[in-house]
Design a protein around this ligand. Structure first.
Ligand code: ZN
Length: 179
């Protein structure tokens, strides 16, 4: 109970003191930014959440060869097997998403290029740059920039947005009734 008449932050409707959710749109009286967005633009909010989930599910593939190489070179085969096992489980769970990515030429070749660049950079670091060299810091800077650039390119470029929109449309398509 709010205790005073209040105005909904999402739909601007006036509400009675004894309700703590807007009677018109359901937005809570003490709504945060996310709640307000969820009620003012439900479709946009749903798509934004889906995009976050999509990015989270795919970004790991940028780094899998990178970390696999570190474990393989260090001889920590246990960690390597755990990494590959987790990758297999996660990939199985996201098989529809991965199939979609694999079916798109741009997405497939971008993902392969990005993960190869990470792999190449860690191999250069391990085999060509001595641990006490100044280049160690440059390589750290390089991973950082590569991570930023890859994320932007894969998720926010024109093609990146297209691949997501196509996936989102496919995933949210109303089920076809069998005739
Ligand atoms: Zn409202």
């Amino acid at each position: 109970m709010v205790g005073y008449r209040w105005t909904c932050q999402a739909c601007q409707a006036g509400n009675e003191p004894n309700v703590d959710k807007c009677e018109f749109c359901g937005c809570p009286a003490n709504a945060g930014t996310e709640d307000i967005e969820k009620h003012t633009n439900p479709e946009g909010f749903k798509k934004k959440k889906a995009k976050e989930q999509y990015s989270k599910s795919l970004v790991i593939y940028f780094y899998i060869p990178f970390f696999a190489a570190i474990h393989a070179v260090n001889g920590s085969y246990e960690s390597l097997i755990i990494l590959l096992g987790i990758t297999a489980v996660v990939s199985f769970k996201n098989i529809k998403l991965l199939t979609h990515i694999w079916g798109d030429n741009w997405a497939r070749s971008s993902l392969i290029t990005i993960s190869s660049l990470f792999l190449a950079s860690i191999l250069v670091r391990i085999f060509l740059i001595p641990d006490n060299s100044d280049f160690v810091w440059w390589s750290v800077l390089f991973y950082f920039l590569l991570a930023l650039f890859s994320f932007y390119y894969f998720f926010n470029s024109k093609n990146g947005k297209r691949v997501f929109s196509e996936y989102y449309a496919k995933a949210n398509k109303p089920l076809k009734r069998d005739s």
